[in-house]
Write a protein that binds this ligand. Structure first.
Ligand SMILES: [Zn+2]
Length: 216
């Protein structure tokens, strides 16, 4: 099975890389945010519960997320593997995930750690631009991800803009939160011997080449 989870701070390139893996290996992309939204939209029992929790402004408890994930990982399309996005985000979720894998008789798969230092991540965040019309994302810090014409969308010729939450302050809050909650997972998976560390300051194509070798 090609089960893949990521440990990656903001701006490490997780979105781009996971899309490349999905397309190349034809794996479903499972995002916890999407699962929550789906459940709410379908007004399931769990969905209504989640809606209440979110309406109160509380975090969705780990056990609810684990339940949702179990449901999703029980479907047929994940038999070959999947990419899990945004989970586990902390040690308690990592332990839930271990239990879940055991219950489903899935193997541990690969844990891809996209290692990037704070300065490089900040620089990347500040050089990200998006197309307000078609949603395409570009990053002028990497030639691979830059638009062909400066400031203009390759797809639809619209003028590119900076996303409002791509500022230094938001970045710092996110990065510090990552260091506190998610970073300890590196030790956790290192001890289990299935951490794959990748230098995420490289270009997306170089990163993808490295990952391809490991998950083949
Ligand atoms: Zn566009």
């Amino acid at each position: 099975m090609k089960n893949i989870i990521f440990i990656a701070p903001h701006a490490a390139g997780k979105g781009t890389i996971s899309e490349m893996i999905e397309n190349r290996f034809n794996l479903p992309h499972i995002s916890i945010g999407d699962l929550l939204r789906d459940e709410i939209a379908h007004m399931t029992k769990l969905g209504l519960e989640v809606k209440d929790i979110m309406a109160r402004g509380d975090f969705v408890p780990d056990e609810v997320i684990a339940k949702l994930l179990k449901k999703r990982l029980s479907s047929k399309d994940v038999k070959k593997g999947y990419i899990l996005d945004g989970y586990p985000g902390n040690l308690s979720q990592a332990k839930d995930y271990d239990k879940l894998l055991e219950e489903l008789s899935f193997d541990m798969g690969k844990v891809i750690y996209l290692n990037i230092d704070k300065e490089t991540a900040l620089k990347r965040t500040m050089s990200r631009v998006i197309c307000p019309k078609c949603g395409a994302t570009y990053n002028t810090s990497t030639p691979d991800l830059s638009p062909v014409r400066e400031g203009i969308c390759d797809n639809c010729d619209s003028k590119l803009v900076v996303r409002s939450d791509d500022n230094e302050e938001t970045f710092k809050v996110r990065f510090d939160n990552y260091m506190k909650e998610t970073y300890p997972l590196i030790e956790y998976y290192k001890n289990k011997n299935n951490l794959i560390e990748i230098d995420a300051s490289k270009s997306p194509n170089e990163i993808f080449e490295e990952i391809k070798k490991v998950i083949k």
